[in-house]
Design a protein around this ligand. Sequence first.
Ligand SMILES: Cc1cc2nc3c(=O)[nH]c(=O)nc-3n(C[C@H](O)[C@H](O)[C@H](O)COP(=O)(O)O)c2cc1C
Length: 258
Amino acid sequence: MLLYFSATGNSLAVARQLAEALNEPLMPLVDAAGVDLTNQQRIGLVFPSYDFNLPPAVPAMISGLIISPRSYVFTVVTCGSMAGNCIWTLRRMLREKGIVLAYSHKVSVPDNSALAFGRNPNRQLKKFQYVPARMEQIISELKAGSRTLHYSWFSLLSWLLGRPAVTRGMIHCMGPKVNPAKCTGCGICTRVCPMDNITLQPSAAGNQQTAVTGNNCTVCLACVHACSQQAFTTNGLQTCKERQYRNPQIQLKDLLRR
Ligand SMILES: Cc1cc2nc3c(=O)[nH]c(=O)nc-3n(C[C@H](O)[C@H](O)[C@H](O)COP(=O)(O)O)c2cc1C
């Protein structure tokens, strides 16, 4: 079973390739909490690195997993370049559940937060040239049942960035905001948000609906990248079309939740 969390498709593309190569089913991590997965012999967790750690929403999803200590549990983290403490954090969380993380690796892909920092994730497409070799290595190691944790040194800076107060600050600054003047109320953002954190409500003018964000944002930027009107801002920066990103192997419909 491959469980994934993905906003712009990088992690979904990796999870999908692993699922096909290992002949395993695929499920969004957000749907897996409370599902009995104890009969799964092999469980893979694929998610992005946010601020050198797990995306803020992922720990709760991991806590909700019902998996057997006998399962072979592995993770593959997608990141712009640095997975930071992701694998350390996940390993600790699983250990608290009595589960051993058997294998881990990372795959570097375009950084979808580049938009928030004013850079263009589409200019990073050349990172894909290194992906096939990394995936080939990961697949062959997983097929062999490898018990190897490929990860970077524990970083104090990453640990500090993962503190709840810092995470809250990051969500406050980078959390997407809707520009009602640009929103047409199409509702794509409500369907692409993995946290179900966006709703449509009557606009001030009352003649159409407009998207409104709630308090459960994990700053995945799915809404920012998917909005056809570029109606979201992050860090107060207006989105522009050239900086909207989606993994080239993934279609918008693959990311829609409903
Ligand atoms: C809020 C946020 C923080 C991020 N922080 C990091 C980071 O610390 N290191 C890194 O290499 N990439 C970082 N990224 C980039 C993502 O990890 C990377 O683009 C990932 O593949 C996105 O996965 P997805 O397309 O499945 O959503 C960040 C992305 C976001 C949205």
